[in-house]
Ligand binder design. Sequence first.
Ligand code: F0G
Length: 402
Amino acid sequence: MYVQKCIQCGAEYKPQEIVYTCPKCDGLLEIVYDWSELSISRKDFEGVPPSVWKYKALLPVERDPVSINEGGTALYRCDRLAQKIGIENLYVKHEGLNPTGSFKDRGMTVGVSKALELGMKTLACASTGNTSASLAIYGAKANLPVVVMLPAGKVAMGKVAQAIMHGAKVLSIRGNFDDALKLVRELCDHEGFYLLNSVNPYRLEGQKTIAFEVVDQLGWEVPDKLVLPVGNAGNISAIYKGFREFKELGLTDRVPQMIGIQAEGSCPIVNAFKKGQKDIIPVSSPETVATAIRIGDPVNAVKALEAIYQSGGLAESVSDEEIIAAQKDLARLEGIGVEPASASSIAGLKKLVDMGLIKSDEIVVCITTGHLLKDPEEVLQMCESPIEVDATLDAINKAVFS
Ligand code: F0G
């Protein structure tokens, strides 16, 4: 059994109530379980390959899920990159290997399954791109119509392609993500559409499985540091909840320090962290090459800051140049192709190691959240252009050895 509980005033709402924030105080909600009847041990998970639904006993879905095999992404040990950064134990969990190319699929398999349980008829979200791509695909699988709102001209091409191919109604809003999120929340309230942004506490439950898989893939080890990009701040909150729950269930004995990385041009959470504040001052015109995290007013800021403070973690910002350099390092030293937002985790790690805030012998896991092919335009701008040559061996020789 479980309830939806306000993290601010503690009010509780039944599982079937359609609420996204607390009707009493507007606080964020989280799913809280009564696991007193649940008997679970490490043995129950051993020998089962990692995936979101491996952890069904710890998820709030009763029906057969709407699934296209999400989760179970690779955790790579990255020795060459670690050496360049100056640490000994670096792992990268590549969430770009999910079916639609980003970690959003973990949230959507749970959120869209819940939508069917709740009898919802239309699904909606605002998005910097990946959420819309994922929702379009899970909506298609569930046979439910999807409406998505994107900031016009600021969404990477691969993500728009996914959303339109899978049949979502795609609206390009003349405004930024924060504007689009406000509008879609109003639309959902007025029309009874089901909102699948990360303010939806059910969606975040799917994303907590990243924590479960990290522990699983490290052989029941908890890393010292977990580093990831932060935009609307749902993922850092969800992953922290996953680590907390494994500890509460007695499966592990600690949680990692949670480290959130934002782009310099849109870093309200980093600003709040550096002042020791529990809430943010929104950034009004966020800007960064990492369009996925071009967000000035993250809806889950309070949860994210709580995750960072409670775990003794950190928040840091990185420049676009640092992001692009890290993206190339990952690609060329480790063969891991990620979109710019994802590379911010590596850029942030490098900066924190240089600042002496991460020690060389600590076990670090970075989450890379989306695949390189999501944003081919950025790659074409940032990398060496292909060299066009005449179809002769002579011309090819000249080009190869020039
Ligand atoms: N990385 C990528 C590739 C993302 O697409 C996002 C968020 C994040 C990191 C940040 O995650 O919002 O949970 O802090 N993308 C959302 C979207 C906002 O609409 O696709 P977060």
